[in-house]
Design a protein around this ligand. Sequence first.
Ligand code: TNX
Length: 549
Amino acid sequence: MIKKLLLASAWLCTLVSGCKQMPIEKANYDWAIPLPQFIGIDKGNPFILNEQTTLYYLLDDSVTQRTAQIFSQQLASQLGYQLVTLPLPAQYTPEEAPLNSIVLQVKKSSNKPEGYNVFVTENNIRVVASGPAGVFHGLQMLRKVIPATAGVQVSLEPAALYAEPRFDYRGAHLDVSRHCFPLDSVKAYIDMLALHDMNVLHWHITDDQGWRLEMKQYPELNAKGSVRKGTMIKRDFSSCDSVPYSGIFTQAEAREVVRYAAERFITVIPEIDMPGHMQAALCAYPELGCTGGPYDVWTIWGVSDDVLCAGNPQIYTFCTNVLNEVMDIFPCEYIHIGGDECPKTRWHNCPKCQALAKQLGLKADQQGTVEEKLQSYFTQRIDGYLKEHGRTAIGWDEILEGGISDNAIIMSWRGTEGGKQAALQGHRAIMSPASVLYLNFYQTRDTVGRPLAFDGYCPLSRIYAYDPVPEGLTPQQQSLIMGVQGNMWSEYIHDFNTVQYQLLPRAAALAEIQWNPIENKDYDAFLIRLEHLKQLYGQLGYRYCDEIE
Ligand code: TNX
């Protein structure tokens, strides 16, 4: 709708001005977020980007052809006109391309494949990267340095720019269990991650309050597991609005999310949270719980005592069958298996769980209780299964308790200690400490009149100041910190407008710490640069929080 309006207004402006040239506005490289590591301004006349500018990709590079088309559409939402995309004619080289063109070139070099070089001269803009993702990020940088004004030509000073990401894993998470957002909103979320040069969507797709991924082998997950009878009202845990709430992504839709994200160089990592946070599955298949139920899909938030029965052999078949379907939909190297917040109350009193523990010879010691060891037995089986299938498990930091396979990755959420411990033990880790990176927390101290959020505080400034590499690690251990992620839990987030408000502009600070080393940071300068990005948010119709703390 907004895109149509912009195009219409650009068309009108051409009509009214009687085909006169559009006014020229200046680009500003300092507006780029994340800031490139090198910006060198050259002398000379600027490049003028206008409706006649052609976007060239190299013949036979179908991936970059698609990148060109996506960029052309992105620019249309900003400037109101689309650029023509064409293969570079054979008589030209990327270095000597036709005038008034942007040339996209993948050229092998030692640089990181997601890094880019952008060269601006009076004649052309050349975006060069050693991998196709780098070309995409170079173009996202250009979007951000161009004015957020429809119907203008843009002058760009001659320059050379270079950037490469500090971390290979740059994620944002989205919980669609507590509240579910439509397919188009998930795509819009991916668009927002792409604008901020992230490369992972961690998709939290099952939990106590709703199973949201169609399963062919377990139809009751779809029929029962995806529907709850109601939802608690605001923060009142004894309440229920009694309005049935449901939502599920078909496998075809999930594949569409994977495809859409991949075109934007974003990997979708699904999370099937186990053995806790499984009450929706228990409602569908009560025999998988210790008590046998009956269970309801949960209508309140928190940590449920009802979890998969570790002593029941059927749960291992269930989990591996579910993972088979998941691996078929999601081609990613990593699969998130949750592992967080699994109370041991039921296992403690369950004859089956106790029998298995005895059979395995599990004993309580300083490392943990019998039941804690049972969870680690469960995790190792699942983790091992994924490994056999060529995938790698990611789990919340709880899975560190009791031992995991060598290649499993820890996602540190209860502060930074889990990530640090993981690295000290030789495991890879992703940092997403709740105290810094919980995007469902408030970003303002004063919460009156703000959308209801989870009761915590993660302001923009704290994210910007955060260094994801914990202190006290050797260089080798530091290299095990794969990256950093912001988490969007949706207990109190009922609609996609609120998702956007919670994400933006914190995604901008997150992008900076994902791309830039700590010594490149300057918060005051960042805030000035952010003003332009907020204009772009506005131009794209994104909702964002305008109070900065
Ligand atoms: C803890 S973070 C959870 C989630 C909640 C979140 C609320 C984590 C691994 N588990 O189930 O939604 O807190 O912020």
